[in-house]
Design a protein around this ligand. Structure first.
Ligand SMILES: [Zn+2]
Length: 315
């Protein structure tokens, strides 16, 4: 596959005789795009980048069951100054992410590393919602371990999905605070891996070290897998991944409808002299002008649907 300059690469593989599921990706360009859009502080660049990378990795194995693309949403709310972080990704290879306070900052740790846990906070929860495009979305929630995101994701996989996992997600910034390296991997152990094999793998995970250090040496996801599984692995897929929001005027209308009558009324009454209301997408900062007449039509639709529902209940 010819590499396009704007996309990153994700690989999926099986190892240990099919009992280890592995996903790994270089996400530098994706994180650069998040940085360009949200202008986050250094630790929030890492927080957003780790969350987006984690969402891409976890979404990669979702199966498409209907015409709608399945999605996976990570929601991290640790009570820190960065506020709630949201990242949504699809196995089609896109991710978008946002944070309530991307400007929140914290001094680096004594070892010089970005203090992600300090901006995210650790007194909260991580939620993962899988929407397969049909039926009710599946949502799992765990308490945060540290707000550093990698170990929080590993806890989620262990507690909510009963799969012992190794998760490494990282973002390294250059001296001028631009994005230097970003990427990550998730290894999930399925039942039947003997203890000594799991133990040996843990040792190789420790030896691999931080993915950003390896990326800096020019070692990408294929090289990580070669080190983690020296006995070999079966490559299942190689695909391009990138930041993409997917918002549109249509989707903004649908989102407004979900907010309900009260919120639409608030927008209508907020600036009574303006012919239209400007709304900004929280994920990509695209701006949408919604004419006042459209808001009033939406409010009528919400009311009509509510009447219909209460009519059905009454009959
Ligand atoms: Zn958008």
């Amino acid at each position: 596959m010819a590499e396009s300059p704007r996309t990153d690469e994700l690989i999926r593989a099986l190892a240990l005789g099919g009992r280890a599921r592995v996903v790994a990706a270089d996400t530098r360009r994706t994180v650069e795009e998040l940085w360009r859009i949200h202008a986050p502080s250094p630790p929030m660049t890492a927080a957003l980048g780790r969350a987006a990378t984690g969402a891409l990795l976890l979404s990669a194995a979702l199966e498409k069951r209907t015409h709608r693309e399945p999605t996976l949403t990570l929601e991290i709310d640790g009570g820190g100054p960065g506020g709630r972080i949201l990242a949504t990704a699809s196995p089609a290879g896109w991710v978008r992410a946002t944070a309530a306070h991307p400007e929140a900052d914290a001094p680096s740790r004594p070892d010089g590393k970005l203090n992600v846990g300090a901006v995210v906070g650790s007194a909260g929860a991580l939620a993962v919602t899988r929407d397969l495009g049909a039926g009710q979305p599946y949502r799992g929630v765990v308490d945060l371990v540290s707000g550093e995101i990698g170990e929080d994701l590993a806890r989620y996989l262990l507690e909510s999905e009963q799969t012992p996992s190794a998760v490494g997600v990282g973002v390294r910034l250059n001296g001028d605070a631009t994005v230097g390296q970003a990427g990550g991997y998730v290894i999930q152990l399925l039942p039947g891996v003997p203890d000594d094999e799991a133990e040996a793998l843990s040792g190789r995970v420790r030896e691999l070290g931080m993915v950003t250090d390896r990326l800096r040496e020019g070692l990408g996801p294929d090289a990580w897998l070669a080190r983690l599984f020296p006995e070999g692995y079966e490559l299942l897929a190689r695909q391009a991944v990138e930041f993409r929001c997917g918002c549109s005027a249509d989707r903004v209308e649908r989102a407004l409808k979900l907010l309900g009558e009260g919120e639409v009324t608030r927008l209508i009454e907020e600036k009574p002299d303006e012919p239209s209301i400007e709304l900004t997408c929280g994920f990509c900062h695209a701006r949408y002008e919604v004419p006042r007449g459209d808001l009033e039509r939406l409010r009528e639709e919400i009311r009509a649907e509510a009447r219909e529902r209460s009519g059905q209940h009454g009959s």
